[in-house]
Design a protein around this ligand. Sequence first.
Ligand code: XUL
Ligand code: CO
Length: 435
Amino acid sequence: MSYFPEISQIKYEGKETNNLFAFRHYNPEEVVLGKTMKEHLRFAVAYWHTMTQDGSDPFGNPVNERTWFGETPMDTARNRVEAFFEILTKLGVEYFCFHDVDIAPEGDSLEEFFQNLDEITNLIKEKMDETGIKLLWNTANMFSHPRYNNGAASSNNADVFAYAAAQVKKGLDISKKLGGENYVFWGGREGYESLLNTDMALEQDNIARLFKMAIAYGEKIGHKPQFLIEPKPKEPSKHQYDFDAATTMAFIQKYGLDGDFKLNLEANHATLAGHTFEHELNVARNYEALGSIDANQGDLLLGWDTDEFPTNVYDTTFTMYEILENGGIAPGGINFDAKVRRSSHEMEDLLLAHIAGMDTYARGLKAAAKLKETRYLDDLREKRYASYTEGVGKRIVDGEEDLESLTAYAMENQDIRLESGHLEVVKSRLNDLLF
Ligand code: XUL
Ligand code: CO
């Protein structure tokens, strides 16, 4: 059965096409800087936004019209698998991501939840084998159920820690079964409301304990996905421990998790932390820890995680620039952690929104490739830091100077004149290059 009978395979038709169900810029086999667009971009669709999100908001009822609702929660879950793989196939997207609770109902007990997960992951595996579509990452939702009100691994209640551990174990079993390339931890409720009643040190030690258990279990079952932590500063917690890339790297290093853990960075989480996305990517890159990205965009006029589909070409250009500088994103990918607006409630909007996001990333890739090919930014930076390639600058970099020798040097070189950065010209030239 088809859930989108009127829509056929989405193809590249070029920017002149009037067909809404076509790519204008994403041409999967087109080669950019020696690799196909498909290889560069490694797109993934997120199960939660595409299949389970109902369009409700704090003031409004569900609005999304979906034909996959069945008689029971398990019927709906089975239908969703069918519909999901139709969406992936029609878009030509080769990866997907999910939380445990997105794919199967929790039922009344952990046993029932695990049974439901077994049945649905069997269906998913069949579809994967049939289509060649792969699992970019899965994760455990340890933030929606009331038991996680005070956190999962960081809960004050040890029974909650144990429950979370059971979900992570099952998540890793599923990852092995489906050949997941990465496994994500996003600590939505790993944070605190008030320091008055919080033992922050114990809570963070416990989060690290759970992560180490995950590494050990992966080794035991002989399946080692790339583990990723997804930073976010707040929402739903007032203060989340994995605030941003730099804070999360400090955590990873403090607990000796480097090597096993990298970062899954999300655009809207970056802006909530008061950073640009490229700042976060750059920080991760400098730690050799850029693992994967959640592609979306926020709205700076709103202070929450709006998870919009990315349509801002400037943003995707700088994102793709960082990814090119990183030598690519594999085994990570570009996961659309994005949802259609409440007013885009029709089934076809799910495809149209992904087309918009994929085209915007394709444009970003092409623009970033142009920046690399023209060496515009490389030359600019090389020139700006030229003082470190010779003379005293080179000696500082080579470790040949100390405070005394530099004092002597400074005494002789006090007449310092900085060159203008001409940043306005730089930005204007960038416009010339991009448009
Ligand atoms: C929430 C968010 C999550 C993670 C996975 O803001 O981004 O969906 O990506 O748990
Ligand atoms: Co995310």
